[in-house]
Design a protein around this ligand. Structure first.
Ligand code: HEC
Ligand code: HEC
Length: 291
C-alpha cells in the first residue's frame, strides 16, 4: 500500500491517497442524510443520558439516576401491586365461597383452576408428578381411583390435614407388617400374594391362590374388602384392578405385605391459605376423577 493524494482523472475527485494493487479509493464525503442521522443519534443519546439511568457512577448507588427517576424495578413492583389488587377481589370471593359455589361460577372456576395449577406445580408435583400423573408410592390424581375419596369435601380434607402425619386431623390407618412382625410366614405371604393376583385374574399358581384365600379372608378383607374392592375409611387401595400404588408384580405385592408401606402426605393447612387450598381442591377435582 502506498500513500499519495492525487485527483482521479475520470471523476475529478480527490483520492484518499491509499492504494492497493493499483486500486485507489475516492475520498467521497458520506451522504448528507447519513450524517444528519448520525448527529441526531448523538443528540438523542445525550438526551437519554440526561433523562434515564445510563452511566455507571461511584456516587448514588452505582449509576446515574436520570432526571426522570425512572426505574424498571419500580415499574415492575407497581404493576405487580396493581395485579395483586385485581386478584385480591377474586381471591376474596374464593375464600368466601363454598367449593360447590366456586364450581358453579365460571369466573371463580377459571380463576381457581389457573391458581390451582400453579400451586400444584409449586407444592404437589414433586410427589404426585406433573399434572398429578402419579409416581410409585404417590397416587395419580387424574384417574377415578381414590384411596380416601374423590368428592370435593374429601379432597379438601386430604389436602388440609394430609395422611399419616402429626396433624391431629390427619387421615390415618396402618397396614400391619405381616412379614417383618412375624404375623405370617414367608410361604403364607407367597400364597396370599398369589390370591391377590387372582383378584385381577393374574394368578399363575391356582393351588397357592387357593391356600391364600382363607388367609386373605382372615387378615386382609377387613381393610381391602372381600373381593379386593378397597375401603376408603381405611385408605386401603383396591386390589382387584390393575392400578397399583406400589407396583403389581408378585415381588412388589410380597414386599407390600411383608413390610407394609405407610405412605405419608404432609398437611397443608398451616402452610397454604384457605383460598389456595380451595383452588387446589377444585383443580385436583377437575383433573379427571372428581366425584
Ligand atoms: C411429600 C410427598 C407429597 C406431597 C408434597 C403431596 N402429597 Fe398428596 N399424597 C402423598 C402420598 C404418599 C399420598 C398417599 C398416601 C396413602 O397411601 O394414603 C397422597 C395422597 C393424596 C391425595 C389422596 C388421593 C386419594 O386417592 O385419595 C390427594 C387428594 C393429594 N395427595 C393431594 C395433594 C396435593 C393437592 C398436594 C399439594 C398441596 C399434595 N398432595 C402434596 C404424598 C404427597
Ligand atoms: C388395617 C388395614 C389393612 C390390612 C389389615 C391390610 N391392609 Fe393392605 N393396605 C392397607 C393400606 C392403608 C394400604 C396403603 C398403604 C400405604 O400407602 O401406606 C395397603 C396397601 C396394600 C398393598 C399395596 C397396594 C398397591 O396399590 O400397591 C397391598 C398389595 C396390600 N395392601 C395387600 C394386603 C394384604 C395381602 C393384606 C392381608 C395379608 C393386607 N393388605 C392387610 C391397609 C390394610
Amino acid at each position: 500500500m502506498s500513500s499519495h493524494i492525487e485527483k482521479d482523472p475520470v471523476s475529478v475527485t480527490e483520492t484518499t491517497g491509499h492504494e492497493w494493487d493499483g486500486i485507489r479509493e475516492l475520498d467521497n464525503p458520506a451522504p448528507k442524510w447519513l450524517m444528519y442521522l448520525f448527529y441526531a443519534t448523538i443528540v438523542w443519546a445525550i438526551g437519554y443520558w440526561v433523562l434515564y439511568p445510563a452511566w455507571p457512577s461511584l456516587m448514588g448507588g452505582g449509576y446515574t439516576k436520570g432526571v426522570l427517576g425512572y426505574s424498571q424495578r419500580a415499574d415492575i413492583a407497581g404493576r405487580l401491586t396493581a395485579h395483586r389488587a385485581d386478584q385480591a377481589g377474586l381471591r376474596g370471593a374464593i375464600a368466601q365461597a363454598s367449593l360447590e359455589e366456586i364450581r358453579a361460577n365460571p369466573d371463580l372456576l377459571s380463576f381457581a383452576l389457573a391458581g390451582g395449577r400453579v400451586a400444584f406445580g409449586d407444592n404437589c408435583a414433586a410427589c404426585h408428578g406433573a399434572g398429578g400423573a402419579g409416581n410409585p408410592g404417590f397416587p395419580a390424581l387424574v384417574d377415578d381411583e381414590w384411596l380416601w375419596g374423590g368428592g370435593l369435601a374429601e379432597i379438601e380434607r386430604t389436602i388440609l390435614h394430609g395422611i399419616r402425619n402429626a396433624d391431629p386431623d390427619s387421615r390415618y390407618s396402618e397396614m400391619p407388617k405381616f412379614g417383618a412382625d412375624g404375623i405370617l410366614k414367608r410361604g403364607e405371604i407367597a400364597d396370599v400374594a398369589e390370591f391377590v393376583l387372582s383378584l385381577s385374574s393374574r394368578a399363575t399358581d391356582p393351588l397357592a391362590a387357593a391356600h391364600g384365600q382363607p388367609i386373605y379372608e382372615a387378615q386382609c378383607a377387613a381393610c381391602h374388602g372381600a373381593t379386593g374392592e378397597g375401603m376408603r375409611e381405611m385408605g386401603a387401595p383396591r386390589l382387584n384392578d390393575r392400578i397399583w400404588l406400589y407396583g403389581g408384580s408378585k415381588e412388589k405385592i410380597v414386599e407390600s405385605i411383608t413390610n407394609a408401606r405407610f405412605g405419608v402426605m404432609p398437611a397443608w393447612s398451616g402452610r397454604l391459605d384457605d383460598a389456595t387450598i380451595k383452588q387446589l381442591t377444585v383443580y385436583v377435582h377437575a383433573l379427571g376423577g372428581g366425584e
